[in-house]
Every structure is written in structure tokens, then in C-alpha cells.
Design a binder for this molecule. Structure first.
Ligand code: 5GP
Length: 193
């Protein structure tokens, strides 16, 4: 079946959960908090690709202390939206984290399986500390006991896109976080779990 492409991706969104302005002021607040908490520490921000890319880019510019970045890419859901519980590392860190204060930057914590795996994976590499900063927290479907150290917004159990989050690799470029119209997945009968 050929893919239906809207003229503007906004046309595929039925509800805006978080506006660009709300996100901007929350990210500024998180940046201030992190700058205060990590003063004098060797901070390494680890961006979990691709979902956290937009959040990371904005957050790091709100951090006022010296810091470094690295990236990891993992698969949790693959092409589906149902968590398999299996996390595969597609791209590992570029450099060692020994002795560094690692802050994992993630788009959303849902079941918690991805983050609980990543936290223990990184703790095995002898960092000074490992903490987690998420933009969104969807606590309703939690399976692993993950509580983000920093979180932007707690949201209801809805599948969201935008500000880095995708549905089948699309909608990451929306400047806000929203819920797609039903027709987005009605095309092939598949939808989020
Ligand atoms: P978890 O392992 O916590 O169940 O899932 C975390 C990953 O699932 C996130 O990094 C994200 O890629 C994906 N995910 C979970 N909920 C949503 C959602 O509502 N929208 C999108 N686009 N991805 C989600």
C-alpha cells in the first residue's frame, strides 16, 4: 500500500499535549537544575538516539557548566510500538565513562525496560554516577522500577509524537508533543499498543 502523506504534518495531529512554549520553559528549568546539581563535577550527557535528539540539543544549551556529550542508539520496540523487553545496542558510546558523572538523556520512559537496562549497562563501566533525565514520563505502563532523576512532564497513557518522538520514523520534526489522528495508523490497521 502506498503511504498517505499530508501536506503539513500538523494535519495528522488530533491533540497537542505540550506546546513548544511549555516545553521550552521546562527545558530551561531542567538545565538550571542540572547546572546547579553538577557544579564542579565531570558531567557527561548521553543522548539516546534518535528520540532524545531534539530534547538533548535544547537541554545542553541550557546547561551553563562545562560538560561533554556522547550518544547511544538502542532498539526497544523496533518498528512496532509494543515493548518486547529486549534492548539491543545499535550504537555504543564513543569513549570510556570511567570516573565521569553520566546523565542519560531519554525522550520518554514508558515500561522502563529500556532505561533499567541502560542504567545497569552503564553502571558496569565504572562511572562516578549514573542518573536519568527524561522529557516525558508515562508511569501507567511501568514494568521496571525506573524513576527518572529529572523529568519534564508526566503524561497519560497515550502514544505521542513530536519533539523528537516518532511514529514509523515520522513526526520527529514537530515542535510540540501531540497525539496522532486515528487515521495515521488506520491506513494499515496497525497502531500503538
Ligand atoms: P520503555 O522501554 O520505557 O517501554 O520505552 C522507551 C522507548 O519507547 C522510548 O525511548 C520511545 O522510543 C518508545 N516510546 C514509548 N512510549 C512512546 C510514545 O508514546 N511515543 C513514541 N513515539 N515512542 C514511545
Amino acid at each position: 500500500m502506498s503511504e498517505r502523506l499530508p501536506e503539513r504534518i500538523e494535519d495528522d495531529i488530533k491533540e497537542i499535549l505540550l506546546s513548544a512554549e511549555q516545553i521550552e520553559s521546562k527545558v530551561a528549568q531542567l538545565g538550571e537544575e542540572i547546572s546547579r546539581d553538577y557544579q564542579g563535577k565531570d558531567l557527561l550527557l548521553v543522548c539516546i538516539l534518535k528520540g532524545a535528539l531534539v530534547f538533548m540539543a535544547d537541554l545542553m544549551r541550557r546547561i551553563t557548566i562545562p560538560m561533554c556529550i556522547d550518544t547511544m542508539a538502542v532498539t526497544s520496540y523496533g518498528a512496532s510500538t509494543v515493548s518486547s523487553g529486549v534492548v539491543r545496542i545499535v550504537k555504543d558510546l564513543d569513549a570510556a565513562v570511567e570516573g565521569k558523572h553520566v546523565l542519560i538523556v531519554e525522550d520518554i520512559v514508558d515500561s522502563g525496560l529500556t532505561l533499567s537496562y541502560l542504567v545497569s549497562y552503564l553502571k558496569n563501566r565504572k562511572p562516578a554516577s549514573v542518573r536519568v533525565c527524561t522529557l516525558l514520563d508515562k508511569p501507567d505502563r511501568r514494568q521496571a522500577p525506573v524513576v527518572p532523576d529529572y523529568n519534564g512532564f508526566v503524561i497519560p497513557d497515550k502514544f505521542v509524537v513530536g519533539y523528537g518522538l516518532d511514529y514509523r520514523e515520522k513526526y520527529r520534526n514537530l515542535p510540540f508533543v501531540g497525539v496522532p489522528m486515528d487515521r495515521v495508523w488506520n491506513g494499515d490497521g496497525e497502531g500503538p499498543a
